[in-house]
Design a protein around this ligand. Structure first.
Ligand code: SF4
Length: 419
């Protein structure tokens, strides 16, 4: 069976490798696979239809990296629709499954959180019964155009059975160059997917945490170093430290192996670290941790169900700072009931505690379908039509879409407080 993976480029987003596909590439089943990656192979997209016809795949998988990729996925999937090949969507855009199945050429959407093992089930089943999707964890369209869900199967899946990504299927030189920082050759890996948090704006809330063993993670780090000279790992996990025992063991084993690789943690909750853990991470090469500070207004933290206090957030940042771990501050603004005074307080509390906030660390809320905060925007009429909303995201700077009064003040507030 021939499989085509298509990874469209996302406007305004730094080029990142198509990780979801790389994991599927590593599956132990022998299929003929090809990747059209718009970051590194723009030429293939100049005539996507012709190139697809020439390859003649049996099935096409699209990667929707975020809801901002909706417009491109729609355009490309409709372009290929006449080829009569089944088209499946995987990735964070899957939260918009309703619009995708009603308005694009995609036939099936893999539910967020099940992307690592559902594709292989689709392939095995599709090969047997030819042209039918009947596995769990899928959103489908019936013959009347109605969207159906095939049901969740929380099967016991051994996360370590997913082989290392087949890195050779992507243009590694391209990505290693893109990700190079100072003297570090860096690459991103995941030790887990999902999060224990329930933040109302976040799509990771929908998935249980599934985690690799320590051995698997360390072997992968070691492999990247030996094969590609990688000496800096970016852990892309939404909540790297969600399992305290795992984190302690990771620190112990990483110290023992002495891989001489530094690393950065892209996501951790402040209530899931303590001084001992932070010290251990620092000792084993951790250079920075991104904590979602979000806001210094307790009311806002409660309203987004962050389930941490402002004090907890500050405490973790201060301890990390004292230990010499960088903590790029991430705050969120544009929340439904947030006012300018709260935004000002957040930035000035951070300043008083010695943290500088830059504009690029202030995230504007991007309501994502099927999150509680999206429903709020929908019911109060800020978002009126999902399809129009999704189409607008790829062209517009979201700063201009809602809460313009907060957005227009943002730069001045940051300048004023940091001066
Ligand atoms: S803690 Fe972070 S990753 Fe987890 S649900 Fe909240 S925002 Fe999402």
């Amino acid at each position: 069976m021939k499989i085509l993976y298509i990874s469209p480029q996302e406007k305004g987003k730094e080029d990142i490798p198509p990780f979801e596909f790389m994991n599927i590439f590593g599956l132990p089943v022998e299929y003929e696979v090809r990747l059209f990656d718009e970051n590194s192979q723009v030429n293939l997209f100049n005539n996507l239809k012709l190139n697809t016809i020439q390859y003649n795949p049996d099935i096409i998988f699209f990667l929707g990296k975020s809801i901002k990729s909706y417009k491109k996925i729609k355009e490309y999937s409709l372009l290929l629709d006449s080829l009569n090949k089944p088209q499946v969507l995987i990735g964070d855009l899957s939260v918009a499954y309703d619009s995708i199945l009603k308005n694009t050429g995609i036939d099936a959407v893999i539910r967020k959180g099940f992307e690592l093992f559902t594709p292989q089930k689709i392939l095995a089943q599709y090969e047997q019964s030819k042209k039918e999707f009947s596995v769990n964890n899928l959103f489908l369209r019936d013959k009347y155009g109605k969207v159906l869900f095939t049901g969740i199967k929380q099967e016991e899946f051994d996360f370590d059975k997913v082989p290392f990504p087949n890195y050779d299927l992507i243009n590694m030189n391209y990505y290693l160059n893109k990700l190079k920082r100072n003297n570090y050759s860096s690459f991103e890996i995941f030790s887990s997917i999902g999060c224990t948090g329930l933040c109302t704006f976040c799509i990771n809330r929908v998935s249980r945490v599934k985690r690799h063993s320590i051995e698997y993670v360390l072997d992968q780090m070691s492999y990247l170093k030996e094969r590609y000279g990688v000496n800096f790992i970016n852990f892309g996990d939404p909540s790297f430290t969600s399992d305290l025992n795992w984190t302690k063991k990771f620190i112990r084993e990483l110290g023992r192996r002495d891989l001489n690789i530094s690393y950065k943690i892209y996501g951790a909750r402040t209530d899931q670290v303590n001084k001992e853990i932070l010290q251990g991470l620092k000792n084993t090469g951790c250079k920075s941790i991104y904590f979602g500070f979000e806001s210094a207004s307790q009311n806002q933290l409660v309203s987004i169900k962050k389930n941490v206090s402002v004090e907890q957030n500050l405490e973790a940042l201060l301890v990390a700072k004292e230990l010499g771990i960088e903590t790029p501050i991430q705050i969120i603004t544009g929340l439904p009931n947030e006012d300018i005074a709260e935004l000002k307080t957040t930035i000035s509390i951070l300043k008083i505690n010695g943290f500088k906030v830059s504009k690029d660390k202030v995230r504007l809320l991007l309501p994502q379908p099927n999150t509680p905060i999206y429903s709020q925007f929908f019911s109060n009429g800020v978002i009126k039509n999902e399809e129009e909303y999704l189409l607008s995201l790829s062209d517009l700077d979201t700063r201009n879409i809602w809460r313009p009064e907060l957005n227009s003040h943002l730069e001045n507030i940051i300048m004023e407080i940091n001066s």
